[in-house]
Design a protein. Structure first.
Length: 717
């Protein structure tokens, strides 16, 4: 027993050895909550307070459940395989398998993952004749899942308008279809299990008597139905041991209800609240910054992280002139850290929005540093980017059958699989491309494919004289991609990525520093597509290879690294504009997200921002994140002095909309300059500053060209 409790600090020991009571353990980041949970179970069993069958332990990931099971095996000499340890969905699946008859399911009922559910919704919506523009399938999935997570069947769903009534009607049809097929989605697992326990008293009593101790990890991430399910099981006298951190509740968009912790305190825990505040991960300055930020949130249960590991290094703060400048600083620092002996896998770059990864990936690619995008796809591998690139490839080469098949029916144009099979057969017989074989199709399919061909031809004509960024913007808009993602409830991130593709084109230059356009020499579109292919195909680390980790802050929760770079700390980006517009709740969740980001770092933390950032292909001037102002200056080491920027466009994040004159260092409109390749010319326009500075020059013998000053050397004449 002494070995079991050895090396626990006082609050951990108090938590582990509590008598059988309801308790709320407020476990701060890096405070050893997993150890407390597993040791609590081992202590209860070792002291004969209950047998292994009396434990119900709920985690939020299968990985956490496996880790808990493995730790328990090493702590107590029992067979833990039969214990009820798992996720909410996994435990409900286990219970429904045992009582499939009572819930009206076949013994071998199948579980649909999110992709299966979406496929069923699409199929059902098509059969019902629903307009997928007015009722996007993803939005219908979200509507159904959100209601189930609130414990609401279709019959209980309220409709305040005709549009919502249509979705409720679809929910009814969806339920009927699932019942006919004998399948369940993830949300259904929990709802059906809850309904079973609620209405079947003998069964409910059986499980209430069996599970004497219910232990819940990540309690702050529970939704309303999960809390109600726990309350049902605890109704016979079982005690709930809830471990969580309200300061790390960042999944409101998934239905997580941080208020559950307040409710649990009122309904169960009472005075049995223990705070785990000693952090075993980060140095003192990092924790002090996290504490300073989170204290601005109201209605917290409250705690203050501390460590005995010393203050450590001050937090490094860097403000780049541009997002490219920021990325170059980050990657150069990473190179230095690696040269100094830090393992690449212990270095993480965090960002608020997935679109931010593009410029960081480009710099990693340029410097040949292997990297992995954790929990997501690299920029040029993302679905919406591949769609846009496929349209662009068809502009340059209509015989590209792979690009043709990718977008001929995306967004949907009523071109089915049978029509495409016929088209491929015709192309094979005539030894031609699908594009050229399209004329052989007749009837409705021929009309639909013909309309697609006309779309590509019109796009080619309309973009013939446009600069590269405008070509991409035009194609994204006119192809229907932008509108498709605008109608998707989860399409905002994809739209941001498409905007970032335009930004990539705006900063794409050739070896002479020319900002390339299709009418310019060399064919900028073809060069840009080649560039995209090269970046998507290289420097992704292989299995087991050391690599720098890139991820969103949401994906970083639960992870830790020796060095962490938090990028894009600008108002409107982090905190995100959409969240700020939601008011107090939105801003407080963003602050919790910043708290999570900071507490990922063990030894060294960088806070990075940019004065300018490309947005929709234009340079936007940024206001530093309000979070930077919430950290005491004494904790920070500013690596550079803020340079005064004079924006020529509205300030991003400054919702008042400030304006100022453009500045390009040392160059002005009307100045005569000389370029080594293009000769003598006159500057007719200037734009941006620092790494983003560029000028438009009218060369006497080579015409008008945009030049990026970082690459193109101009000498005043």
């Amino acid at each position: 027993m002494s070995d079991l409790l050895a090396n626990l600090n006082a609050p951990q020991l108090q938590s582990v050895t509590l008598p059988p009571v309801h308790a709320l353990i407020l476990a701060g980041a890096g405070s050893g909550k997993t150890r407390v949970l597993t040791t609590r179970i081992a202590w209860l069993i070792s002291t004969n307070q209950l047998g292994p069958q009396g434990v119900l332990a709920v985690t939020f990931t299968n990985k956490a459940a496996k880790e808990m099971t493995a730790r328990l095996s090493s702590l107590v000499p029992i067979n833990v395989r039969g214990m009820w340890i798992g996720t909410f969905h996994g435990l409900c699946n286990r219970l429904l398998r045992a009582h499939y008859r009572e819930v009206g399911l076949p013994q071998s009922f199948q579980i649909m993952d999110s992709a299966d559910q979406l496929a069923m919704v699409k199929r059902l919506a098509k059969n019902l004749g629903l307009d997928d523009e007015r009722f996007p399938p993803r939005e219908l999935c979200q509507f159904i899942n959100a209601h189930k997570e609130q414990g609401l069947r279709a019959a209980q769903a309220e409709a305040y308008d005709s549009h919502t009534q249509k979705r409720v009607d679809f929910y009814v049809e969806y339920e009927n279809q699932c019942n006919r097929e004998g399948v369940v989605d993830f949300a259904e697992l929990l709802l059906r299990c809850y309904e079973l326990l609620q209405r079947n008293e003998p069964l409910r009593t059986h499980y209430q008597q069996r599970f004497q101790q219910i232990l819940v990890d990540e309690f702050q991430d529970t939704n309303r139905l999960q809390y109600a399910w726990l309350q049902l099981l605890a109704g016979g006298g079982a005690k709930i041991f809830a471990v969580g951190d309200d300061d790390q509740s960042i999944y409101r968009f998934r239905g997580a209800e941080v208020g559950n912790m307040r409710d649990f305190e009122r309904d169960y825990a009472g005075a049995n609240i223990i705070r785990l505040e000693q952090n075993y991960r980060s140095h003192g300055n990092i924790l002090a910054a996290a504490n300073a930020i989170i204290k601005f949130n109201s209605d917290r249960l409250g705690k203050n992280l501390w460590t005995d590991a010393g203050e450590g290094e001050r937090i490094r703060v860097f403000e780049g002139v541009s997002d490219l400048d920021e990325a170059r600083f980050v990657i150069e620092e990473i190179r230095e850290l690696i040269r100094d002996g830090m393992t690449p896998t212990q270095i993480a770059i965090l960002y608020r929005s997935n679109a931010q990864s593009r410029v960081l990936e480009h710099e990693l690619f340029t410097k040949a540093i292997p990297y992995k995008v954790y929990g997501g796809l690299r920029f040029f591998e993302r679905q919406e980017i591949k769609h846009a690139l496929a349209y662009l490839r068809l502009l340059g080469n209509p015989d590209d059958d792979t690009a043709f098949l990718r977008v001929v029916n995306f967004p949907t144009r009523g071109i089915g699989a049978r029509s495409l099979e016929n088209l491929q057969a015709a192309a094979h017989q005539t030894h031609s491309s699908l594009y050229n074989a399209a004329a052989s199709l007749s009837g409705k399919a021929g009309q639909a494919v013909g309309a697609f061909i006309r779309l590509i031809e019109s796009l080619r004509l309309e973009t013939e004289k446009l600069p590269l960024p405008e070509i991409i913007e035009h194609v994204i808009e006119k192809s229907g991609l932008a509108e498709h993602y605008r109608t998707d409830k989860e399409g905002q991130e994809r739209l941001e990525n498409l905007d970032e593709l335009i930004n990539a084109a705006a900063t794409f230059v050739d070896d002479d520093g020319v900002v390339m356009s299709v009418e310019g020499e060399g064919g900028a579109l073809a060069s840009f597509l080649a560039h995209a292919s090269l970046e998507s195909g290289e420097h992704q680390a292989g299995e087991g290879q050391e690599a720098v980790q890139l991820m969103t802050v949401h994906a970083a929760k639960g992870l830790e690294f020796d060095a962490v770079f938090i990028t894009g700390l600008e108002q409107g980006l982090f905190p995100h504009e959409n969240a700020v517009n939601e008011g107090k709740d939105g801003l407080e969740e963003e602050r919790r997200l910043m708290y999570v980001a900071i507490t990922r770092a063990r030894q060294r933390l960088y806070l990075c921002s940019a004065q300018t950032r490309m947005l929709h292909g234009q340079t936007r001037y940024c206001v530093p994140s309000s979070f930077l102002g919430e950290i005491p200056e004494s904790l920070m080491l500013r690596l550079n002095k803020r340079q005064k920027a004079a924006p020529a466009v509205p300030v991003f994040g400054d919702f008042g909309g400030g304006y100022a004159e453009p500045v390009v260092d040392g160059l002005r409109v009307g100045l005569t300059v000389e370029h080594a390749k293009f000769g003598i010319g006159v500057i007719v326009a200037t734009e941006g500053r620092g790494a983003d500075a560029r000028v438009q020059v009218n060369f006497a013998s080579n015409g008008m060209k945009w030049l990026a000053l970082e690459y193109a050397k101009l000498t005043p004449v």
